[in-house]
Design a binder for this molecule. Structure first.
Ligand code: DX5
Ligand code: ZN
Length: 217
């Protein structure tokens, strides 16, 4: 079986001691650091923004996978590049001119991702899938860590895999929300490439081992 890319979500980290949590992540087999930016408008929660990501960048050499849950993301694409993002995902529901947003992300030197809410149909990706590097499939309603996984995601990612193959796209399938040691294998069997895990990693008594377990599941 293929090895998944593991992306711990620092939304569940200890913000009063990020240094300790980043040390743990540096010593782990985590591939990406998943970074959730929430504006209190697109989602009913506010997380953190550019200065915090800049500070995190100094603590890590891992790939920064930044998930923007904000309205008008186009305004901030360059700023997130400057803050240290390697992959930048915007929500399909927040972008009127998604193709333009994707081209802009790529033009400043980042990988481009599109995040898609649980109720949004995969068919809306038909004309953008060949242009993007990753699809962040929301398996919870965005806004909070620690929510339960929405079971419809399995069927949804099978449809996404089909679209990716049909369009000869290289896009990775990322699952975001409610990923656990129990559902990780089934997700990989359904062609998930990247597993985001917040609560599962940071509520573990041994996060390094939990990340290893997700990786080798
Ligand atoms: C939800 C965020 C997720 C969240 C995942 O809005 O996009 O990335 O941090 O957290 P868990 O793994 O706890 O569901
Ligand atoms: Zn996320």
């Amino acid at each position: 079986m293929k090895t998944p890319i593991i992306a711990p979500s620092v939304l569940s980290a200890n913000f009063a001691n990020l240094q300790a949590d980043f040390e743990m992540l540096n010593n782990s087999v985590a591939d990406y650091i998943h970074i959730d930016v929430m504006d209190g408008v697109f989602v009913p929660n506010i997380s953190f923004g550019l200065p915090v990501i800049k500070a995190m960048r100094k603590l890590s050499t891992k790939t920064f996978d930044v998930h923007l849950m904000i309205v008008e993301p186009d305004k901030y694409i360059e700023a997130f590049k400057d803050a240290g993002a390697d992959i930048l995902s915007v929500h399909i529901e927040a972008c009127t001119h998604l193709h333009r947003s994707v081209q802009k992300i790529k033009s400043v030197g980042m990988k481009a991702g599109v995040a898609i809410n649980p109720h949004t149909s995969i068919s809306l990706l038909e004309d953008i899938i060949a242009d993007i590097d990753i699809v962040c499939v929301m398996s919870v309603n965005p806004g909070f860590g620690g929510q339960s996984f929405i079971e419809n995601t399995y069927e949804k990612i099978l449809r996404l895999k089909n679209l990716i193959e049909r369009k000869n796209s290289n896009a990775l399938i990322e699952i975001d929300g409610g990923v656990t040691l129990q559902n990780a294998k089934k997700l990989i069997d359904h062609h998930a490439d990247v597993l985001v895990a917040g609560n599962t990693v940071f509520s573990s008594s041994n996060p390094i081992e939990t990340i290893q377990q997700l990786k080798s599941i």
